[in-house]
Ligand binder design. Structure first.
Ligand SMILES: [Zn+2]
Length: 277
């Protein structure tokens, strides 16, 4: 990023999303002096396979983990919208709230999920990515939700939307996170419920509904290795040690500024070479 300080708003669905998908980049920008804000749309209250916990227990546990993780990453403020986990977010109500926060925080850059990624089954990822994209593109219109506009809240032209994690388009930007990979791993390992959910993925001998402290340590070791290996696999594409990949879009009011790019791709002409930060 250049030396002008900007406001970044990461809009995600569940408490652990941000640490996994873009925390190396956010920590790097925070170190460079940019203002990083995090907005978590749901309380993640389904995020366990344990049967001895209530939804309230899980939400409370994950909120604590999120705040600890965001402290490590240097995030200035964490906003919790507290929708229930698992596909219960009213789309337009969410969009209105996201526009409010883009205006209030004067967010120049929104980071979120790519709602156009194929085979994404989690409705919270699809809806949040889509509504965050729309909010980024529509926050500038003064006649939209005009009742929000007062005192320090004005229509605001967000400049860019960055899609994180698995992408529906090949990345057009890589961020070198070699200097912040330690922070990323430390933050991501704060999420105990996520670690237990991952048991099915890399430790089938461990019962995710009943993980002992010893097994949790083992899962933590596996997750540590997995996060580093993802960062280095992405990094190889850009000749750097550790990276996160994004598909970024410049915002015009009401649209992305992607007409020429998409038309060229439609005609079979290759996209630009990805940028490396
Ligand atoms: Zn999620």
């Amino acid at each position: 990023m250049n030396s002008k300080k900007i406001n970044v708003l990461a809009i995600f669905s569940h408490p652990d999303d941000l640490s996994i998908f873009c925390s190396g980049t956010l920590a790097k920008w925070a170190e460079e002096g940019h203002n990083i804000f995090a907005l978590c749309c749901t309380n993640g209250n389904l995020g366990t396979l344990r049967t001895d916990l209530t939804k309230e227990d899980v939400a409370k546990m994950r909120e604590k983990e999120l705040k600890e993780a965001n402290k490590i990453l240097g995030i200035k403020k964490t906003i919790l919208l507290d929708y229930p986990d698992g596909g219960f977010i009213p789309r337009q109500e969410l969009r209105e709230k996201l526009i409010y926060f883009i205006r209030k925080l004067r967010a120049d850059r929104v980071m979120t999920f790519d709602p156009w990624v194929p085979y994404e089954v989690h409705p919270d990822h699809v809806i949040v990515g889509r509504m965050a994209s729309e909010a980024g593109a529509f926050a500038a219109f003064p006649l939209l939700y005009s009742e929000q506009v007062k005192d320090d809240i004005n229509p605001y032209s967000c400049s860019e939307v960055w899609f994180m994690g698995l992408l529906g388009h090949s990345p057009n930007c890589f961020v070198n996170i070699s200097s912040t990979i330690e922070k990323k791993v430390e933050a991501a390992l704060k999420f105990e419920a996520t670690l237990t959910l991952l048991a099915r993925f890399f430790a089938p001998d461990i019962d995710p509904a009943n993980v002992s402290p010893e097994e949790l340590k083992k899962l933590s070791k596996y997750a540590n290795r997995l996060l580093r290996s993802i960062a280095s696999t992405i990094g190889k594409k850009a000749n750097i040690k550790a990276a996160e990949a994004f598909y970024t879009q410049k915002v015009l009011p009401g649209h992305f500024d992607n007409f020429l790019e998409l038309m060229n791709e439609m005609l079979g002409n290759p996209s630009e070479t990805p940028k490396i930060y």
